[in-house]
Design a protein around this ligand. Structure first.
Ligand code: F6P
Length: 327
């Protein structure tokens, strides 16, 4: 295997933040120093790279951040980096700082940017899956997903209390972009009655049939709605159900960005720590253009294009478990 010339690593977070990004930054910085490498933090994602917001990080600069949500390096969805000029400016910033390789912590958009950057400017990049959505192929879990579903579960538990006190039917919307991983996982964990996810074709009539069946034995219920469901968000779905079931006392809660914050769980801290070390060692081994992920407990590298393009399946078994247990 090619051993890369001692790289000076630039680490950055990009796209929507996720709990555990700080643990990943810490792991990259510490692993780089362990291997005798220089490492710098790039602030504000690709925008900050363009602007040259770069500072070298020592081992103590990442003390006390493993437990913090958000990202100390800040993040952005950069429009500038989508242009040739933006990427050329970013390359000039890296050259000025002496950075020769990158660890990019983010999701689909982050990795698409890294592909273009390497093609045009030859910058070796290893990615870490940092998104609450869990929508990347090549890893069983993304950094932040576990924290997000725990937060969703706790919120739904609280909604359950008031729903049952008032005999109400709640529609709870969770993030996930165009996938239903957060919705399905938090629905099973909170004992929800039904889930609406983009991966499964379900009509409003399917939903109302299911709710009518349950009505015989239940006076309250919770339907978890993935924000990307083709039937619409929780408000639209709740309106359509109310038209068909006017007697129902219906309420809607949108959890939104609540799921993006908070201290990362044990699972996210461990995942981020392992992947951070794996990313640095992958660069040292001459790897580039790949995302480090965890599959069945093992660290694996997946080419960026595959991580973006291939669709990870929602667990059919978990969907079945939900419907069996919601009787
Ligand atoms: O990708 C993470 C995510 O939180 C998605 O679940 C959501 O659709 C999107 O980002 C929201 O983006 P923003 O923070 O830019 O509103």
């Amino acid at each position: 295997m090619v051993i890369m010339e001692r790289p000076h690593i630039g680490v950055f977070t990009s796209g929507g933040d996720s709990p555990g990004m700080n643990a990943a930054i810490r792991a990259v910085v510490r692993a780089a120093h362990y291997h005798g490498l220089r490492v710098s933090g790039i602030e504000g994602g690709y925008d900050g790279m363009i602007q040259g917001r770069i500072r070298e990080l020592g081992v103590r600069d990442v003390s006390g951040i493993i437990q913090r949500g958000g990202t100390v390096l800040r993040s952005a969805r950069s429009k500038g980096f989508l242009t040739n000029e933006g990427r050329a400016q970013a390359k000039a910033s890296l050259d000025r700082a002496g950075i020769t390789a990158l660890v990019a912590i983010g999701g689909n958009g982050t990795f698409a940017g890294a592909i273009a950057f390497d093609k045009e400017h030859g910058v070796a990049t290893i990615g870490l899956p940092g998104t609450i959505d869990n929508d990347l192929y090549g890893t069983d879990r993304t950094i932040g997903f576990d924290t997000a579903v725990n937060t969703a579960m706790q919120a739904i538990d609280r909604i359950r209390d008031t729903a049952s006190s008032h005999d109400r039917h709640f529609f709870v919307e969770v993030m996930g972009r165009d996938t239903g991983f957060i919705a399905l996982t938090s629905a099973v964990a909170s004992g929800a009655e039904y889930v609406m996810v983009p991966e499964r074709m379900q009509t409003i009539d399917d939903l109302t049939d299911a709710l009518r069946e349950e009505a015989a034995s239940k006076s309250s219920s919770i339907v978890v709605v993935a924000e990307g469901d083709e039937a619409g968000g929780a408000f639209a779905i709740a309106r359509a159900v109310k038209e068909r079931m006017p007697d129902r006392d219906i309420r809607v809660t949108v959890l939104g960005h609540l799921l993006r914050g908070g201290a990362p769980t044990v699972a996210d801290r461990i995942l981020a720590s392992r992947l951070g070390v794996a990313a640095v060692e992958a660069l040292l081994a001459g790897e580039r253009g790949k995302m480090a992920g965890e599959i069945n407990g093992e660290m694996v590298l997946t080419p960026f294009q595959m991580a973006i393009d291939k669709r990870k399946d929602l667990s059919g078994e978990l969907l079945r478990v939900l419907s069996i247990l919601a009787i």
